[in-house]
Design a protein around this ligand. Sequence first.
Ligand code: FE2
Ligand code: FE2
Length: 504
Amino acid sequence: MHFFGNILLLSSDLELYAKISGLLNKYEIVQQKFNPAGLMTDIYKFNPVVIIVDLDDYEYSVYNSISLSDADNYIPVLALYSKYKSAMQFIDTVMEYNMHKSEITVCLPNIIKIFADFKYKYSGIKQCYRINDLINSQTDNLLRRFIGNEFQYLESIDHILKCVFLNESQLVNRPKFILIASWNDDGTEVDIYDFDSGDMVKDKEAIELADSNRLFGVKREYENAFYMNPDKKEYSGMESCESIFDEELKQRLGEIINFAGYITTNTAILGVNYQDSVSQFDSGIIKELCINYNLIHNIYRQMNKVNSAFIYTVNALSRASEVNDDGTGMHIKRVNAYSRLIAESLGLDSIYTDTIGFSAQMHDVGKLSVPKNILTKPGMLTLDEFDIMKSHTLLGAKIIGDSKQLAMASEIAISHHEKFDGSGYPYKKVGEEIPLSGRIVAMADIYDALRTERAYKAAYGHSTAFDIITKGDGRVMPQHFDPQILEIFKKRNKDFCEIYEEVE
Ligand SMILES: [Fe+2]
Ligand SMILES: [Fe+2]
């Protein structure tokens, strides 16, 4: 590992120069020899992170040229006084040469410790910076890709943890466990990620702690990064380490060797049992993780709230449209469920199945504009009445409008009465001209209508409904359906029956 920058050593005493040089070499520190003539040029060209001046060899001209420049405003100057017999003698020299207040004065033996510390801390800062940068760019990426339903926060968190503790394992001090605790009034849940195997394995079940005060006790008040090496009795940012681990957690984690963590409003992240002793850099990384986790989690929670409100509104509108057929709202719930089942059986992705799972219920929204006497007429409709009835498809799309989130609902409203053989309405579309969502909902809607009592018909049992769909009864015919969907219905008809019976 290399030191973070260059050292400028100013000494004309060759013996001392060799000595210090040897010392710096040991720490792989790059140095530059003193050249009084081009000193300032050297300083700017070499851009040292620290200037070491041999005070025993102190030349006024050298010192003055540094002091008169801006260099010592931003570059610390270490003055060595190894040969001074006493501090008094040293002070006299300092007074004589009017040293700048930003200077740090050390004697030779101390410099070893300073460099060792510097090197250690700097490599920590550098790692911490790189890792934090990585975490932030992952979150940034995530937020840029963030589109409504596709936001998978748990997967995002897993991805970030993997990036930090697996992909950058050369850079970080890796913990054996990462604990993510979230709490609300009901208690605390702790997810455990295990890195012991060299891979990341998340425990299937989160540990639930009923008493949400037990895990972090008093330390909940901290919004600080903290760490602890109990064996060395080293700790920072906390008062004691005992109460932080619940008994149940201790059992799962085994002996606690060290840990680093961060606690914020309703989340805490802890790294436990790191390979090496922990320091502020480990807790710094955890802090960054925790803040990002909290951000992602809160967006997710907020999104869920908005989404529930959206689904609630969609459902309320759909129920209004069905009030003449079925005041309970069960028909639309079931149509959602059959449609989702068909979409899943067709191997469509989760975005499609989720979308059809709430969009299907809006198929008859257009009935809001159809007069009640037509909707509830027990006998056959006249041709004119049937024309009005048919208009519920186009009116439905008009009511739904052109919201992007409701695009599939609108497509379904228009096309759920089209038939695969072209005998449907409103456009008499044939086969795959009919949108897939419409073909799916057509099956779902008809199965459920057959099972349900309506003003103009009695309720049929499952096997009658099955026979009507698969063999036809004159009104409903198998060629009305997409053959692939009909096949799914045949294969999974028991599941259709189950949905009907469950949501009755
Ligand atoms: Fe309809
Ligand atoms: Fe319906």
